[in-house]
Design a binder for this molecule. Structure first.
Ligand SMILES: C[S@@+](CC[C@H](N)C(=O)[O-])C[C@H]1O[C@@H](n2cnc3c(N)ncnc32)[C@H](O)[C@@H]1O
Length: 276
């Protein structure tokens, strides 16, 4: 799939609508080219075997949103937008035998293979779009995701319905995304990022376009209400919602996320839902 992908060539940044196919294509192109830099810049923060929910650096070991590890050991787990597989590898290290990942970017999955070789902890993963999962209905006990795929979909309800489809009754979906209130502020880690400039209610996607007007990066905004309606609309029941606070021990800036902003407002939302 990488063969038809030219390097993203950004001419314009705008807010406009972008459909499911345009969004997935743009983000595949973008992540194919961004993967090396992303892993070089953030790999040590994420750790080869680490389950970090977001740029705050808050970990699954701190939040316990997936439930007690002993209860996960026999579970069939799917990670959406697994990137280089750090979260899945952490689950494997806890003794969870059946973990698989999907990601739209082949280059991200190549990094997963590299780290598998280096650590000896292998995570089977395949290239797929979170909006169309190549798995049978009811195949998993747990679907999880740390900023993987879901921040990039236009139709949150359809994407969550697809995640719900592959869960067995009683299974759980736990995922993190950018905290919706971030969309009011410029994506700037400094003082400028503290003043609201955009409407929270503006659902148009953030789109980077090339000279021909085609999207080369797309990120979608869903308000808190939108996510909760998407969870309910997908037939799931919301059990928990974590808004991790910026830990004192994390001095690192990640894009627009910073200790300065993290002291004042949340940057990540982690939703935990179950299929009745
Ligand atoms: C911010 S990274 C998160 C990856 C990993 N969870 C981590 O913490 O590094 C977002 C990931 O979502 C993937 N992605 C973007 N759009 C996707 C889609 N439609 N389907 C599946 N994966 C997608 C990207 O390729 C990228 O690996």
């Amino acid at each position: 799939m990488i063969d038809d992908v030219g390097a993203p060539d950004i001419h314009r940044v705008t807010r406009r609508s972008a459909g499911p196919d345009e969004s997935a294509h743009a983000n595949r192109v973008w992540w194919e080219h961004a993967a090396d830099e992303y892993q070089a810049e953030h790999g040590s923060f994420l750790r080869d075997t680490g389950f970090v929910w977001g740029p705050e650096g808050v970990e699954e070991a701190d939040l316990g949103l997936l439930g007690p590890v002993e209860e996960l050991r026999g579970a069939r787990v799917l990670e959406l937008g697994c990137g280089a597989g750090q979260c899945s590898r952490w689950l494997r290290a806890q003794g969870v035998a059946q973990v698989v990942g999907i990601d739209v970017s082949r280059r991200q999955l190549q990094h997963a293979r590299r780290i598998d070789e280096e650590t000896g902890l292998r995570v089977p993963a395949t290239q797929a779009d979170v909006q169309r999962l190549p798995f049978a209905s009811g195949a998993f006990d747990l679907v999880c995701s740390a900023f993987g795929g879901l921040p990039f979909v236009p139709d949150a309800r359809a994407a969550l319905a697809e995640a719900a489809r592959v869960l067995r009754p009683g299974g759980r979906l736990v995922f993190s995304v950018s905290h919706p209130m971030r969309w009011c502020f410029p994506d700037d880690p400094g003082e400028r990022g503290l003043t609201a400039e955009q409407s929270y209610f503006d659902r148009r996607a953030y789109v980077e376009e090339n000279g021909a007007g085609s999207a080369v990066y797309v990120e979608h905004h869903h308000t808190f209400g939108d996510w909760i309606r998407a969870i309910a609309g997908a037939g799931l029941v919301l059990h928990d919602l974590a808004e991790p606070e910026w830990p004192e021990h994390n001095p690192e800036t990640w894009g627009g996320w910073s200790p300065l902003r993290g002291r004042l407002f949340p940057g990540t939302a982690v939703f935990s839902a179950a299929k009745p």
